[in-house]
Design a protein around this ligand. Structure first.
Ligand code: NAD
Ligand code: MG
Length: 388
């Protein structure tokens, strides 16, 4: 049976991995909508290849280029934030949410509000909107399939088990490319060094998040919402080989772990085929060749981001949205060469400290307002600290 699919963020790393799986299982899928920020030529090529009904650019300024690139293909084109949400609201069997950042929140919410099944890679949406998004999921009977490799691992380990039997969920972290660096070297780390991830090939933003460990901080908050066992049962361990993607310990002291190659096509395939399984044609995991799996505690003195995330979710309310917004601003500034690597977490911490009276958001609009206000705060801190 053919199933319909929309990919939000089709031109990104997760989008490419998703479409690669679809390409290998062409008869199983009919593509409804593909979206991108701009990259009009790339988006049009994908829309034509996959015979999508609709192609949408989030940046309306790129719409003329998209139309030109689609030519006389007959594929509908649209642009702007509203068009993105409308694309996400079209009924499909599966929505892959792979926009990066809080920019993906409104489209995710649109897919949730129609009660869809959503493979959620866009962790920033869940970090920012936490309770608001999870309540909407429950209210509209939507299904969130965790696509982030750690959360997908946990989801698989929990299958057939009761949350009340869980004593600990442990997120594994590779530690990123700068894991073994000294404080002095970290201070001078360049964008190229920070995005050179040893195990995963990913978009620039999440690669920097991985280097600062903010990715694990965001994932800690993501896990809190997806698997409501309480913060005291969530833990993080550094596992540089990225073979175990996370683990769940039960009260009888059994620990279940999910292992696999560090290739996002594995968790994406698990979502696309859920509750069944599909072929990925990836090389099998060769544990003898890998040789050793090692574990160490996170170093929060050098990589404070996980502490900031733990504090933000413990504080609750607007804090996670502020953390996320400030981090997005800081990462963009780092990638643009405006601030040093070690300023990223510092900027997040300062933004949180200056926004501690923000009321808890109770709707999508309120989350977006917190996000915008935290961005302004972070930008003004940036202006006062450029090149520090
Ligand atoms: P990416 O930068 O490679 O791709 C992002 C996609 O979103 C692109 O299609 C881009 O055009 C689109 N986009 C960017 N800004 C937009 C905006 N303002 N409006 C509309 N569209 C916009 O990112 P990625 O690495 O594929 O990551 C996507 C999401 O998945 C992120 O939230 C990331 O944290 C999460 N994730 C990624 C990986 C990975 O391996 N890449 C793993 C786990 C989770
Ligand atoms: Mg992850």
């Amino acid at each position: 049976m053919t199933r319909s699919l929309t990919v939000l963020g089709a031109t990104g790393s997760i989008g490419a991995s998703t479409l690669d799986l679809v390409r290998r299982n062409r008869g199983a899928w009919r593509v409804e909508a593909l979206t991108a920020h701009c990259s009009a030529a790339e988006l049009a090529a994908l829309a034509i290849e996959f015979d999508a009904k609709l192609a949408v650019v989030g940046d309306e300024g790129c719409l003329p280029e998209l139309r030109a690139a689609l030519g006389n293909s007959g594929i509908e084109a649209a642009g702007g934030a509203k068009a993105l949400a409308e694309a996400a609201a079209r009924p499909v069997d599966m929505t892959v949410a792979a926009i990066v950042g809080c920019a993906g929140l409104a489209p995710v919410m649109a897919a949730v509000e129609r009660g869809g099944t959503i493979a959620l890679a866009n962790k920033e949406a869940l970090v920012s909107a936490g309770e608001v998004l999870m309540q909407a999921v429950a209210r509209h009977g939507a299904t969130l399939l965790p696509t982030d490799s750690e959360h997908n691992a946990i989801f698989q380990c929990l299958a057939g088990n009761r949350l009340s039997d869980v004593v600990r969920i442990t997120l594994t972290a590779s530690g990123g490319p700068l894991r073994t660096w000294s404080a002095e070297r970290l201070h001078a780390a360049t964008p190229a060094e920070a995005i050179a991830h040893p195990n995963w090939s990913m978009g620039a933003k999440i690669s920097v998040d991985s280097a600062t460990m903010m990715n694990k901080g965001l994932e800690y908050i993501e896990a809190y919402h997806l698997f409501p066992v309480g913060l005291e049962k969530l833990a993080i361990v550094v596992h540089p080989q990225s073979v175990i993607h996370s683990m769940v310990e039960f009260r009888d002291r059994s620990t279940l772990a999910q292992l696999g190659p560090s290739d996002m096509r594995v968790p994406i395939a698990s979502c696309l085929a859920w509750p069944q399984r599909m072929e990925t044609q990836l090389p099998a995991l060769d544990l003898a060749a890998i040789g050793q799996l090692t574990f160490e505690a996170p170093n929060e003195a050098l990589f404070p981001a996980t502490r900031l995330a733990r504090e933000a979710i413990a504080a609750g309310g607007a804090a996670p949205a502020i953390l996320n917004a400030a981090n997005e601003v800081a990462v963009a500034a780092f990638l643009a060469g405006q601030i040093r690597f070690t300023r990223i977490a510092a900027l997040v911490e300062e933004t949180l400290a200056r926004s501690n009276d923000a009321p808890p958001p109770t709707s999508l609009d309120e989350v977006l307002a917190v996000d915008q206000s935290a961005r302004r705060q972070a930008m003004s801190l940036l202006e006062n600290s450029a090149l520090v």
